[in-house]
Design a binder for this molecule. Structure first.
Ligand code: NDP
Ligand code: GDR
Length: 345
């Protein structure tokens, strides 16, 4: 039987690496759509040892004709749209670009699939940021959105466009509303990896300080390896639909710092409040963590907690890695890299 063909956009990102590993293991022919860059960096695909299985294609969410030619030539069975300007903080600085990539980019890709072959199965990487953190209850597929950043506004557009193409043209277009998912392959601009990478460097003696923004923000953090399983389940389901993917537990940035510090053998003493809050190493008295206003956002999403009962019931999905397991995995991976003399990406 011919291998199934999957086109993965954003293949050089965190989820691109884990999803590619899963697809390769399940016998897919994987085409990796990535932007041309003077500093091409496929370290994540190398880390999970799948780079050699990927056929790379140049692709940009802003280029309609390039996308159309590519999909017309490849005729993939499945398209996974993971590409995005994915950093919420940057979206306040680059709102127009973020909207072009994360909103219009999705519509371009849907239009191409509709025109080339409506039978192509389409996955859109929707986000818990669309909820805006204004509801105290666990969020599910029926909770209204209240986007609080240009990123979330754009993702809400991409989400609705995906649902609309499913309803209008009968396409197998599904959207995973994924809550934060992390791993040793997470970019360093995101708070979890910033914490584990910086603490690991400090543990190895680097003269640095971990400078953070809002320590009280709470997120429902899961492991990216578990979440790409859910993505594949949605795409393989008989009927396309939208699913919340989350652990059902929420923890603050402060709790993440404490757990990562403990995993690396630090004990922290906290003092001060607001922007003057600090955490010192109990043994040496050195300041390890301090607050820097540059990391606060113009509008914050304070708390996110997901209810993934629909995915558990209909797809049979559940997460395997819990919060403590995730933090320990990330902290150890970063410390092992530092000890091996690697520069942390
Ligand atoms: P990453 O930021 O690690 O990866 C995103 C990828 O998209 C990068 O490789 C980037 O390319 C690529 N990209 C950005 N802009 C363009 C463009 N204009 N054209 C083509 N490619 C582009 O994100 P994750 O892997 O963490 O997330 C995957 C998707 O899931 C994203 O859409 C994200 O918004 C969404 N999401 C993520 C969650 C999470 O917690 N990780 C939760 C919910 C949703 P380059 O390498 O060149 O910069
Ligand atoms: P988020 O992730 O915005 O939830 O988006 P991020 O890790 O950037 O922030 C999480 C929370 O931590 C607070 N915070 C800091 N954040 C960063 N980056 N740096 C800091 O120094 C810092 N200090 C405190 C933030 O204010 C925020 O409340 C991620 C991305 O992967 C999106 O693409 C995805 O859609 C959502 O998760 C779900």
């Amino acid at each position: 039987m011919a291998k199934k063909k999957a086109l993965v956009t954003g293949i050089l990102g965190q989820d691109g690496a884990y999803l590619t590993k899963l697809l390769v293991e399940r016998g897919y022919e994987v085409y990796g759509a990535a932007r041309r860059s003077a500093s091409w960096n496929s370290w994540r695909l190398r880390d999970v040892d799948v780079e050699r299985h990927v056929k790379f294609e140049y692709f940009d969410l802003l280029e309609y004709e390039n996308m159309r030619r590519l999909i017309d030539r490849l005729r993939p069975d499945e398209v996974y749209n993971l590409a995005a300007q994915s950093f919420v903080g940057s979206s306040f600085e680059q709102p127009l670009y973020t909207a072009d990539a994360d909103a219009m980019g999705v519509l371009r890709l849907l239009e191409v699939c509709r025109g080339v072959d409506k039978a192509i199965r389409f996955y859109q990487a929707s986000s818990s940021e669309m909820y805006g953190g204004v509801s105290p209850v666990a969020l599910n597929e029926t909770t209204p959105f209240h986007p609080r950043s240009p990123y979330a506004v754009a993702k809400a557009f991409g989400h609705h466009a995906t649902v609309n193409y499913r309803e209008s043209y009968g396409m197998h277009a599904c959207a995973g509303i994924l809550f934060n998912h992390e791993s040793p392959l997470r970019g360093r601009e995101f708070v979890t990896r910033k914490i584990t990478a910086t603490l690991a460097e400090m543990k190895a003696g680097a003269p640095t300080t971990l400078r953070l923004g809002n320590l009280d923000a709470k997120r429902d953090w899961g492991f990216a390896g578990d979440y790409v399983e859910a993505i594949h389940m949605m795409v393989c389901a008989e009927t396309a639909d939208d699913y919340v993917i989350a652990t059902g537990q929420t923890r603050s940035v402060r709790e993440f710092v404490l757990a990562a510090a403990a995993a690396l053998g630090f004990e922290l003493d906290w003092s001060g409040s607001g922007v003057d809050e600090k955490a010192r190493d109990r043994r040496t008295g050195k300041v390890l963590v301090e607050i820097s206003p540059e990391f606060f956002r113009p509008a914050e999403v304070h708390t996110l907690l997901g209810d993934s009962s629909k995915a558990r019931r209909e797809l049979g999905w559940s997460p395997k890695v819990d919060f403590d397991g995730l933090v320990t995995m990330m902290a150890r991976a970063d410390y092992d890299r530092v000890k091996a003399g690697q520069q942390l990406m």
